[in-house]
Design a protein around this ligand. Structure first.
Ligand code: GTP
Ligand code: MG
Length: 301
C-alpha cells in the first residue's frame, strides 16, 4: 500500500490506472489507498463542465486541456456516465475528440460509466478527483450531462462548474434552470456560431437577474469550441470565479456535503442488494412495516 501510494504520487501512470479502477469499483483497497493519499490532496483545481447532451462539453474540455498543457499543467479528466459507447477506459467519441491527448503523459482520461451505486455517483466521482489530485494533477475536469440529481451533486463538488448551453434550446433553458442555477459558476454559450446566441444570452441574463444566488453573478462567455474560439476567455472566467470563491469557507461547505454523502454511501453499502429486495417485497405485501426494517438496519451498525 505505501509503495502503491508513492508510485501514484510520483506520477506512475500504471499505478494510477490501477487505482482508478479500484476507486471506480469501490474496493476496500481503494479506501485504504485514499486514506493514505488524502493528506496530499487539495492542490488541483476541480472544474465541472455540465450541460445538455451534445452541447459541446467534450470539445470544450479538449480546448481547455490544450491551454492547460501549454502551461505545462497536468490534467485529469473524468467523463461521467457518457452517452457514447464505452470501451477500455475511454469513451469512443471522446477518444477521437481528445485523441491528441491520449499519447500525452500529462493528461489522464477516465470515464465513470457505472450507474447503480446505491450511494449515488457523486462519492465515486469525488474519490476519483481526489485520486487525480494526489497524483499531482493541477486541474481535474469533470464532464457530466446535466440532467439528473447525480449530475447536480457532482457539479456541486467541483470548485467551479461551467454550465454549457447552446442557442436554439428554447424551453430547455427553463427546464434545466432549477438545479443549474445553484451550481453554475460560469455560463458558457457554446456554438455561438449558430443563430440565436444573442437571444440565449439575453435569456441567461434575464434568468440571472431574477434568481437568487449568493456570491457574484456568474459570468457569461461565448464560445465556439469546435474552432477554439473563446476558450481562453472561458478558462479565464473559470479561474477568476474559482479564485473569488476560494478560501476555507467554500472548502468547508463542500466538505459538509461530501462527509454526509460518504456517510450515506457507507451506510447504504452495508445493505446487500438481495436483502433490500426481500425487504421491499415484505413491505409491499404488508408482511412487515418499513419502520421496523429501517430500525433493524440501524441497530445492526
Ligand atoms: N457548430 C458548432 N458545433 C460544435 C461546437 N462545439 C462542438 N460542436 C459539435 O457538437 C457535437 C457534440 O460535441 P461534443 O463535444 O461531443 O458534445 P458533448 O456535450 O460532450 O456531448 P455528450 O458528451 O454526448 O453529451 C460535435 O459534433 C461537435 O463537433 C461549436 O462551437 N459549434
Ligand atoms: Mg461528451
Amino acid at each position: 500500500m505505501p509503495e502503491w501510494a508513492q508510485q501514484i504520487r510520483k506520477g506512475n501512470v500504471r499505478a494510477l490506472a490501477r487505482a482508478a479502477s479500484a476507486v471506480e469499483n469501490r474496493t476496500p483497497a481503494a479506501d485504504a489507498l485514499l486514506r493514505k493519499l488524502f493528506p496530499h490532496t487539495g492542490n488541483a483545481l476541480v472544474i465541472g463542465i455540465t450541460g445538455p447532451p451534445g452541447a459541446g462539453k467534450s470539445t470544450l474540455a479538449d480546448g481547455i486541456i490544450r491551454l492547460l498543457r501549454r502551461e505545462e499543467q497536468r490534467v485529469g479528466v473524468i467523463a461521467v456516465d457518457p452517452t457514447s459507447p464505452y470501451s477500455g477506459g475511454a469513451i469512443l467519441g471522446d477518444r477521437i475528440r481528445m485523441q491528441s491527448h491520449y499519447a500525452d503523459p500529462g493528461v489522464f482520461i477516465r470515464s465513470m460509466a457505472t450507474r447503480g451505486h446505491l450511494g449515488g455517483l457523486a462519492p465515486a466521482t469525488t474519490d476519483m478527483a481526489l485520486l487525480f489530485d494526489a497524483a499531482g494533477m493541477d486541474a481535474v475536469i469533470v464532464e457530466t450531462v446535466g440532467v439528473g440529481q447525480d449530475e447536480v451533486d457532482i457539479a456541486r463538488l467541483a470548485d467551479v462548474t461551467a454550465v454549457v448551453l447552446v442557442p436554439g434550446m428554447g424551453d430547455d433553458v427553463q427546464a434545466i434552470k432549477a438545479g443549474i442555477m445553484e451550481i453554475a459558476g460560469v455560463f458558457l454559450i457554446n456554438k455561438a456560431d449558430q443563430p440565436g446566441a444573442d437571444r440565449l444570452e439575453r435569456e441567461i441574463h434575464a434568468m440571472l437577474s431574477l434568481a437568487h444566488h449568493d456570491g457574484p453573478t456568474p459570468p457569461v462567455v461565448r464560445v465556439v469550441a469546435s474552432e477554439g474560439g473563446g476558450i481562453a476567455e472561458a478558462l479565464h472566467a473559470i479561474r477568476s470565479v474559482a479564485g473569488d470563491r476560494g478560501g476555507h469557507e467554500r472548502s468547508e461547505h463542500i466538505w459538509r456535503r461530501r462527509l454526509l454523502e460518504m456517510y450515506r454511501e457507507r451506510l447504504l453499502n452495508r445493505i446487500p442488494a438481495a436483502e433490500l429486495d426481500s425487504a421491499a417485497r415484505a413491505v409491499a405485501l404488508r408482511r412487515k412495516d418499513p419502520y421496523s426494517i429501517v430500525d433493524e438496519w440501524l441497530r445492526r451498525i
